[in-house]
Design a protein around this ligand. Structure first.
Ligand code: ARG
Ligand code: MN
Length: 285
């Protein structure tokens, strides 16, 4: 339902208004897979593996043609989208960087996951950690030094342990409270520029505070404000680095009059060139 809610909220038109050529490639379908048992600890493992294969190929191909925006679906989408864009980066000989805007660090392996929900695992997978049996091998792992997590405020013990020994950059909500969102982000974007890297941005709805973005299953209070999120997107746009984008975890059943879907559309527009003064007068929510 997420992609259709984003379409209905006007994603295509918002980007066309900015002068972009937009092609909606419709919904992908996963490779055929053996149906998962409802009782398995890892929720929909076979289905997620099938999706990862489909997305990885689609992402790699789309990168050769433009700037793909991947509409989810939950954050397990990024197992495939990031693996695919990183394969493209490796092919053209440029380093892949990943900016993860999220309340969570999503660095579980299938073994360490307590919930059994694979949306909590993509950072581990794309950085090449072991334990993803059955998944396609990650042939172009993203260097942990090239990953930056912003918005953190819900990290499980096993994830904390993994992060403690990792060079992954991170800015939790306290850091944002104290220093603002611009400082850490600017430092990361400078590193991408210096390395002539490609930049994948993965935007999880729960990066935002639930009071402004309620349509997500894993709400955590104390998230980014509307302006903090827009500022991040505007800085990403100004950097000229953006090469691919995920919009994930939107659950329209949990939305209030479409406000979360509209906010995601507006944030995406900011990332692709809409300026503060371009924002039209509009009534929703
Ligand atoms: N992409 C997300 N919303 N991830 C939430 C993950 C929450 C928790 N750490 C888990 O592994 O279940
Ligand atoms: Mn996430």
């Amino acid at each position: 339902m997420g992609p259709d809610a984003l379409r209905t909220a006007g994603l295509g038109a918002a980007l066309r208004d900015l002068g972009h050529q937009v092609e909606d490639r419709g919904n992908l379908i996963p490779r055929p897979y053996r149906p998962d048992e409802d009782t398995a600890h890892l929720y929909r493992l076979n289905e997620t593996i099938a999706w990862t294969r489909t997305l990885r190929t689609a992402a790699r191909e789309a990168m050769a043609q433009g700037l793909p925006i991947f509409l989810g679906g939950d954050h397990a989408l990024s197992l495939g989208s990031v693996a695919g864009v990183a394969e493209h980066a490796a092919q053209i000989g440029r380093p892949q960087f990943v900016l993860w805007l999220d309340a969570h660090s999503d660095i579980h392996t299938p073994q360490s996951s307590v919930s059994g929900h694979l949306h909590g695992t993509p950072i581990a997978y794309v950085t090449g950690r072991a334990g993803f049996d059955g998944f396609p091998p990650v042939i172009a792992p993203v260097a942990p030094e090239h990953v930056c997590l912003i918005g953190l405020r819900s990290v499980d013990p096993a994830e904390r342990e993994a992060l403690e020994t990792s060079p992954i950059a991170r800015h939790d909500m306290r850091d944002i409270d104290e220093n603002g969102i611009a400082r850490g982000l600017a430092r990361f974007l400078d590193r991408v520029t210096a390395a002539n890297g490609l930049l994948h941005v993965s935007l999880d709805v729960d990066f935002l505070d639930p009071s402004v973005a309620p349509a997500v299953g894993t709400t955590v209070p104390g998230g980014a404000t509307v302006r903090e999120a827009h500022l991040a997107m505007e800085m990403i746009c100004d950097s000229g680095l953006l090469s691919s984008l995920d919009l994930v975890e939107l659950n329209p059943f949990l939305d209030e009059r479409g406000r979360t879907a509209h906010l995601l559309v507006d944030l995406c527009a900011s990332a692709l060139g809409r300026r503060v003064f371009d924002r039209p007068t509009r009534a929703y929510g």
